[in-house]
Design a protein around this ligand. Structure first.
Ligand code: NDP
Length: 337
């Protein structure tokens, strides 16, 4: 089993006397900056002069240009979108890196695909929360923590990992647990979910909708059954409390038999071939190359795919059910009002 570290296993002393800089004040940047400050470390915040910078200033941080923060900080948390990191790194971070500096990523993407190659002597680490930014902050405030993957590149003396763990503790992750991982593992796990698991689920949901509507069922009732009732979310929560298979016991015997007896049918050889293709595209970097080209071309395919998605009858059916969505989005105790 991968080694997991909790609060009591980690010494934050390695951060003492080091200047921490946060580049980007978006989802992760804001949450991690606030958590670090509440843990006793006041980071410098680097951002362009715009709405995100105003948000950081409103939260009480002195905001400086990114290059200035890269110059002043010994530990840089690079918290801007992965797609724009290579250019910002080349222009505003790389010129200011000195031996002994630490460059910290919240995802393995750009290091695994070598879109960013830090110079010798700079410790490259990963502290990747497995949690959206808003929850990183909320769970810290509730003293609950969240899972996180940590790694250090070329780390013979373990010094990079000690800093990664200290940061994981300072942002609140080790209250739950930080797993020792790698840039490769984080990237592959993340992208394979995005390119195999979630598209598979999305496609099956659409087929479910299309087939039932073609068989005379009302689109709005099918949409409600599919996701608007919130049952989907309840099943996902039950997987945590009762186990992935254990939650099946909460369904009728007919449902249990139907699910267990039909599961294998849903993975014919053609699908397994697509699963192999997806993992191969992620591990080999072919997806990364395709995505870089798409961005360089101005994202024409992305626009087309979005248009197709929004034209699907499910999107239209959902739009008619706005009032119901608002009720389901409310906590249970408020729904009677
Ligand atoms: P966001 O999209 O929230 O980042 C927004 C920030 O990036 C803003 O400060 C924005 O400032 C800045 N930014 C965007 N474009 C540029 C640019 N071209 N030049 C300079 N600054 C720019 O990012 P996330 O917080 O979602 O992601 C940050 C990192 O965290 C990524 O590595 C991501 O993979 C990882 N991660 C994200 C999670 C999430 O919850 N979303 C979960 C776990 C990891 P400006 O106003 O100047 O554009």
């Amino acid at each position: 089993m991968a080694r997991m570290y909790r609060d009591e296993d980690v010494d934050m002393g390695v951060l003492a006397g080091r200047r921490i800089g946060i580049v980007g004040y978006g989802n992760q940047g804001q949450a991690q900056a606030l958590n670090l400050r509440d843990s006793g470390f006041v980071p410098l915040v680097g951002n362009r002069d715009d709405a995100y910078a105003s948000r950081a200033a409103a939260d009480g941080f002195a905001v400086r240009p990114i290059a200035e923060v890269a110059e002043a900080a010994d530990i840089i948390l690079f918290l801007i979108p992965d797609e724009v990191q290579p250019q910002v790194y080349q222009e505003q971070i790389r010129p200011h890196l000195r031996p002994g500096d630490v460059l910290c990523f919240a995802s393995g993407y750009n290091i695994y695909y070598r879109a960013i190659v830090p110079p010798e002597g700079v410790r490259t680490i990963m502290v990747a929360p497995r949690m959206i930014g808003r929850a990183v902050r909320n769970l810290y405030q509730q003293q609950l923590g969240f899972p996180c993957l940590v790694a250090g590149e070329n780390d013979p003396d373990g010094g990079a990992m000690r800093i990664a763990l200290a940061l994981a503790k300072a942002i609140g992750a080790t209250r739950f647990g930080a797993f020792e991982s790698s840039f490769r593992e984080e990237t592959v796990i993340d992208l394979f979910a995005e390119q195999m698991l979630w598209p598979g689920i999305v496609k099956l949901c659409l087929l479910y909708f299309e087939k039932l509507v073609a068989n005379g069922c009302d689109p709005e009732i099918v949409t409600t059954e599919l996701h608007l009732s919130g049952e989907f979310v309840e099943i996902a929560k039950a997987m945590i409390t009762h186990g992935f298979f254990g939650q099946l016991k909460l369904h009728s015997q007919t449902s249990q038999y139907g699910q267990l007896s039909r599961a294998d049918r849903m993975a014919p050889p053609e699908l397994l071939a697509q699963v192999d293709r997806a993992i191969d595209e992620v591990v080999s970097g072919r997806f990364h190359t395709e995505w870089v080209r798409e961005q360089q071309a101005g994202k024409p395919k992305m626009r087309e795919l979005w248009q197709q998605a929004l034209e699907h009858p499910l999107a239209k059916s959902e739009a008619k059910l706005q009032a119901l969505r608002e009720i389901v989005a409310r906590p249970c105790e408020d729904r009677s009002q």
